[in-house]
Design a protein around this ligand. Structure first.
Ligand code: SP5
Ligand code: ZN
Length: 353
């Protein structure tokens, strides 16, 4: 399989995230991607290339899953942050005020002129710093997702969009969970637009893929399935429960498989079988796998106990779906193991595909 990697990823390098009233070093760091690239050079799966997509096509692909007002905000955010105070050029932007939702009586239809207020309007946590290079990096990631989807729709068995920041927590008009543009959703929509009638997204990151779920929640043409830590105790807390099954035309086309913190590979693997059965029943013609490696036992912010060798079996099982498959790179914060774990999964897939 080809890997499309993002040459702009390191431009996004947050300094700190808010955790329990203090600022702590970011978990989502550029070295994560470098470890995957280094492992791919040791154990090649196919060509490594940067994406070549033209600007207009990329903007269109992003606009298929994100709102115009959100994309406009992201594109201009850093300049506005610095315009607020020239000293901001040395600081990451983090939100500190939120409208919650309409349920609380706050309005989100009027865009505040104040940038800090708009940052809150378009985010759901204070752990996702927006930096000088965030837009360039996120856009470069979307290009990887689009290039991977094109490669697969042109007949490749699989392709890997290797990019950061990750994407699966980003929704139609919000950032959060270290994510800004939803690469998996962009890939899924690009596959639909290239003629795949039914696309399944099977999210194996430790955290619920809330952004992807929300983007496709009312649609019957994209099935979203996520295996994740139970939101009763795990981030992102406010979505990811089993009773979220889709709405309207999308009723029945969202599947959440939540597992308790501490879950090991036997149970996780059995849950993957359940997820793959849902993909099978749906009749997908293409698959997108938001590939988080934060299910690893050594992950510093997560709670499953998969071992490095288990990822071969995960890849083999995913290949068993027999579908053209796009992988995106999501979480995984045991930085020195993330390359091994990612390539184990992809090698397992490629071996049995
Ligand atoms: C893509 C992805 O995996 N996003 C995950 C976002 C999780 N953000 C909240 C994590 C809070 C954990 N902070 C722990 C600090 C301990 N020193
Ligand atoms: Zn995660």
């Amino acid at each position: 399989m080809k890997t499309f990697h993002n040459p702009h990823h390191a431009a996004h390098a947050g300094q700190q995230e808010m955790f329990r009233g203090r600022m702590v070093p970011c978990h989502e760091v550029p070295a994560r991607l470098d470890f995957v690239l280094a492992e791919l050079q040791r154990r090649p799966l196919g060509a490594l290339q940067t994406p070549e997509v033209d600007d207009a096509a990329l903007d269109a692909a992003i606009g298929r899953v994100h709102s115009a007002r959100y994309v406009d905000f992201l594109r201009g955010a850093w300049a506005e942050w610095v315009a607020m105070d020239p000293a901001n050029a040395e600081r990451d932007a983090l939100p500190s005020v939120w409208p919650l939702s309409n349920r609380h009586g706050f309005r989100n239809d009027v865009l505040p002129a104040n940038f800090a207020a708009r940052l809150g309007l378009f985010s759901f946590d204070s752990g996702s710093p927006l930096t000088a290079g965030t837009w360039a990096a996120a856009r470069g990631g979307a290009a990887c997702a689009l290039a991977a989807a094109r490669d697969v729709s042109a007949g490749a068995r699989s392709a890997f969009a290797l990019s950061r920041p990750p994407g699966h927590h980003a929704g139609p008009d919000f950032l959060g969970g270290y994510c800004f543009l939803n690469n998996a959703a962009i890939a899924a929509q690009a596959l639909r637009d290239a003629g795949h009638a039914k696309v399944a997204v099977l999210d194996v990151d430790y955290h619920h893929g809330n952004g992807t779920q929300t983007i496709f929640y009312e649609r019957a043409d994209v099935l979203t399935v996520s295996i994740h830590g139970d939101p009763v105790t795990e981030y992102p807390f406010f979505l990811g429960h089993a009773d979220e099954r889709g709405a309207g035309a999308g009723e029945g086309f969202n599947v959440n498989l939540a597992l308790p913190r501490g879950t090991g590979f036997d149970t996780w693997r059995a849950t993957l079988t359940t997820a793959l059965q849902a993909v099978q029943r749906f009749g997908a013609t293409a698959l997108v796998v938001p590939m988080g490696l934060d299910t690893f036992e050594g992950d510093p912010i997560s709670g499953f106990t998969l071992k490095s060798a288990d990822y071969f079996a995960v890849g083999e099982a995913l290949a068993g779906a027999g579908l053209p498959t796009v992988f995106t790179f999501e979480g995984g914060y045991a930085v020195e193991a993330v390359g091994t774990n990612a390539v184990n999964l992809l090698e397992g897939f490629q071996r049995s595909a």
